[in-house]
Design a protein around this ligand. Structure first.
Ligand code: XUL
Length: 515
């Protein structure tokens, strides 16, 4: 059996697969807010950060690992697991001193992970992808390199606030002594992978490309970008490698505590989006994936790296080889939940609203941003409405729900034009895709059929598939088995709405331009 883990913003999830039977044998999660309430991070991050700071406590991720494995061991015979791989929320970083390696090598099974590893932290909190506090550092890195186009040419993205390089620079400037004491800087993915492997392991190309530090052409650390970020950075960064690279046996801590076999090995961990590309069966070009999570993402495999001239899109490594494009929208569930609460609706009402308002398709516009957005990068403080009085006054809440969803997907269509792909089909995943209302709007706005897969934990499933591929299984064959669309789950576009949304797209773009 193969185990995939996904350490996301709000939870740590495990998916266990058995390729011989083609079955997912176990799916389990630890929810940070609910299960580890002592960390006072109801949504997985420390609330109330100043100046756009959003950090998490990495000790919480370690406690979550102990809890997840104890729950897994209580339900499953873990001695049958032969390889573990995983994924993590992208861009977040963990800072550790030189004792990290020796600590991992001598973990005492009788004590928890957090108590033994946390003393190595040189920065007590980990900045995560929601952090927007590094505007100044992005500008400095960009100026040193000679402009945004050069940073993008090298790393696949212009300097981006949440990316790891600007975050490292901010730490170096704020606390140079703690930076100097730092021996290892890990991503969330490579940090968790290191704990499981019992040694400091490499960063994979998929997640490494989300740092503004990796050179896409060489797949190595980019000397100029490193120098522009912070002094002596090369010595603090792990090496880079493909996600399917086997790291060696799992740490004895997990063998002794949770019954894993000492022959169980670990592959590298990657970013949640690259893992999701695998878990959605979309690692070959031609498939578009929309993932509706805390943030919404829009991504696709790419044979050659192609960059967004407007600077919103990114290029990451594809764990199956080659590259992937990704665009991230911060106002995903954050905005859907905000409107639901504002209107006093529940999810069923929210989901039924699109069906009830079919005749109003494309007529009212909403710029669906309830807080700062990253695509487009602007400090919105609330949505912008343009339409009928009944819509603007919220006299008919269902019209606002329709306009919010249309606005989210028109914004996606607008900002994905640089990818120059007209999707034949779209694969959709994430909480908001379960009922039909939201996916139907996606189908209509993009004028493409939308498919849903049987498994909802696409990142953890992708990680389990990467583990199996690292052990020698054929990835496309595994994807045929594990990434099937659920029967009757496809939604077809209404062709009559093609011209309606073509026109709405034009009006949406000019409203966005005008505010
Ligand atoms: C991608 C991004 C988010 C996180 C969420 O660039 O920032 O999708 O990976 O976990």
């Amino acid at each position: 059996m193969f185990l995939g883990l996904d350490s996301s913003t709000q939870s740590l999830t495990a998916v266990l697969i058995d390729p011989s039977s083609g079955e997912i044998t176990c799916q389990l999660a630890v929810n940070f807010g609910g299960d580890l309430a002592q960390y006072a991070a109801p949504n997985g991050f420390i609330p109330g950060g100043a100046q756009g700071e959003v950090h998490s406590n990495p000790a919480m991720w370690l406690d979550a690992l102990d809890l997840l494995f104890s729950r897994l061991a209580a339900t499953t015979d873990l001695s049958k697991v032969t390889m573990i791989a995983g994924s993590g929320q992208q861009h977040g970083s963990v800072y550790l001193d030189a004792s990290f390696g020796p600590r991992l090598a001598s973990l005492d099974p009788a004590q928890g992970l957090a108590a033994q590893i946390a003393p190595a932290f040189t920065r007590q909190t980990a900045p995560i992808w929601m952090d927007t506090a590094t505007g100044e550092e992005c500008a400095e890195i960009t100026a040193t390199l000679g402009g945004p186009a050069e940073v993008c040419r090298r790393s696949g993205s212009i300097a981006i606030e949440r990316f790891t390089g600007p975050q490292i620079r901010r730490f170096f400037k704020a606390d140079p002594a703690a930076y100097a004491r730092t021996g290892h800087i890990h991503l969330v993915s490579s940090f968790i992978a290191s704990v499981i492997a019992g040694k400091s392991v490499a960063i994979d190309y998929g997640d490494g490309a989300g740092m503004n530090l990796l050179n896409l052409a060489t797949l190595g650390w980019d000397r100029e970008l490193l120098d522009a970020t912070a002094p002596g950075l090369l010595e603090k960064l792990p090496p880079l490698a493909a996600a399917t690279t086997v790291q060696g046996p799992v740490s004895d801590y997990f063998v002794r505590n949770f019954g894993l076999s000492c022959d169980c090995r670990c592959a590298l961990f990657t970013g949640d989006n690259p893992a999701s590309l695998v878990g959605m069966g979309a690692t070959t070009p031609g498939n578009i994936v929309i993932s509706l999570g805390t943030s919404d993402t829009f991504f696709a495999a790419m044979p050659e790296p192609k960059t967004d001239p407007n600077g919103f899109g990114h290029v990451f490594g594809n764990p199956a080889g080659g590259f992937m494009s990704l665009i991230c929208f911060r106002n995903g569930s954050l905005a859907r939940e905000a409107l639901r609460d504002q209107l006093g609706l529940d999810w069923p009402a929210f989901d039924g609203a699109p069906r009830a308002t079919r005749e109003a398709a494309g007529s009212n516009l909403m710029l669906p941003f309830f807080g700062p957005e990253i695509t487009p990068r602007r400090d919105f403080t609330g949505p912008v409405l343009q339409g009928s009085p009944a819509f603007e006054s919220a006299a008919q809440p269902a019209l606002q729900v329709r306009a919010l969803l249309e606005g989210q997907f028109l914004n996606m269509r607008l900002h994905s034009q640089w990818m120059e792909v007209t999707p034949d089909r779209i694969r959709i995943t994430g909480g908001a895709s379960k009922n039909d209302g939201v996916p139907q709007i996606v189908a209509d706005v993009f004028q493409a059929p939308v498919d849903r897969l049987e498994v909802s934990n696409s990142a953890a499933l992708g990680a389990a598939l990467i583990a199996a591929a690292a052990a020698g299984h054929d990835l496309p064959a595994l994807q045929q088995v594990f990434c099937q669309t659920s029967p009757g789950s496809s939604l077809l576009p209404d062709p009559a709405l093609g011209p309606v949304y073509q026109d709405a797209l034009r009006r949406f773009a000019s409203l966005l331009e005008s505010v």
